[in-house]
Design a protein around this ligand. Structure first.
Ligand code: SAM
Length: 339
């Protein structure tokens, strides 16, 4: 089968039913199946995040320290036909789906645990569904709002008549009283000020601070979006989150050996981040193709040390493989790949 993308050996899977049909026989899991990692105990399942029985079976014997969930945003971007798993539903149906997966997340979380939720707002649809989701969360008694992070993308989408849309939202909720570890970015402190007399001498803030670099705060400006030139890129995945963002969450909100949950695996970024940081990851996707990609990505990482396929195919038996020059000569894509 010919590559369906100009730069990657495997095109967006949500736009190509024929490609998905060709890949499915190469996927080791079907609905309800769970792959158990013999090395570290990670699990990858093909489950519906909104189904209490399927989620309870996947997380049967574990309590999760941090859930990092990136559900479909119910937003159509770029006119690409979406798969059943990513189509647009009514707001009421989307909120019911959200209520159900949040309830399932709370049930598998430890007494002191964090829930992170990536979500989007569509200005063409009155910013749905972000504010609606936030209001919905007020009714979830077990969770309290802890923070609201905005990740600033380098590239965005938009026109000459509007501000470029370069933001991604990351909501942070807490159950109980989970610990939090302060981390720092690589961004140097540049602003002087906040003068204070210490021991009789006037000092300014940079002299007094614990680090020469700034903390990430709740606006992250140092996260590179994934695109095909990056080693961690997974062709076929249209909503891949950067490992650096997920690893920051894990460093702040978990310890080595802790269990991390992700109900929407897609490219398996949470799984790879957990593998790299010594966390155990339990994850699932409704689509067997993405569950297979997540497992293959882990196997590839262990075999080669590479975090993704860059522009090469996770399914070379179906697509053939790309040579380096297939991707290397092309121009950088200018898409946000937000969803
Ligand atoms: C936004 S993507 C997640 C991206 C992921 N964080 C990454 O970095 O690759 C959402 C994923 O949720 C999956 N999905 C949609 N509905 C689902 C459901 N009810 N249960 C589980 N997964 C679902 C889709 O197949 C898609 O792969």
């Amino acid at each position: 089968m010919a590559p369906s993308s100009r730069t990657e050996a495997l095109g967006r899977l949500d736009g190509d039913d024929e490609l998905v049909r060709a890949i499915l026989p190469h996927c080791r899991l079907t609905r309800g199946g769970v792959w158990e990692d013999p090395v570290r105990g990670h699990r990858v399942g093909v489950c519906d995040a909104a189904d209490p029985d399927e989620v309870a079976r996947l997380f049967a014997d574990v309590r999760v320290r941090t859930v990092i969930n990136d559900p479909p945003y119910n937003v159509i971007v770029g006119g690409v036909k979406k798969s059943d798993a990513l189509g647009k539903m009514t707001l009421a149906a989307y909120l019911e789906f959200s209520r159900r997966w949040v309830e399932n997340a709370v049930a598998c979380m430890a007494d002191d645990a964090d829930l992170f939720v990536w979500l989007g707002a569509d200005y063409r649809d009155h910013f749905r569904p972000l504010p609606d989701f936030m209001v919905l969360m007020r009714a979830v008694e077990a969770l309290r709002a802890k923070n609201y992070i905005t990740v600033r993308n380098q590239r965005g989408y938009g026109t000459q008549k509007n501000w470029m849309w370069i933001r991604q939202e990351l909501l942070h909720y807490a159950k109980g009283n989970p610990s939090f570890r302060v981390v720092y970015t690589d961004i140097p402190k540049v602003l002087k000020g906040y003068y204070k007399v210490v021991g009789g001498a006037m000092t300014e803030n940079i002299e007094r601070s614990r680090s020469e670099t700034i903390r990430p705060g709740n606006v992250w400006i140092d996260i590179q979006q994934v695109f095909y030139r990056m080693e961690e890129n997974v062709p076929g995945c249209y909503a891949q989150k950067p490992l650096s963002a997920i690893e920051r969450i894990m460093r702040c909100c978990s310890d080595e050996g802790d269990v991390i949950g992700d109900f929407f695996a897609h490219s398996g970024s949470t799984l790879i981040a957990g593998e790299r940081l010594g966390r155990r990851v339990i994850t699932c996707d409704l689509d067997p193709v993405f569950a297979e990609i997540a497992i293959r990505r882990l196997e590839r990482f262990r075999a080669t040390g590479k975090a993704g396929w860059q522009w090469q195919s996770p399914f070379p038996e179906v697509t053939g493989d790309a040579t380096e020059s297939d991707g290397g000569d092309a121009a950088d894509p200018d898409d946000g790949r937000l969803f």
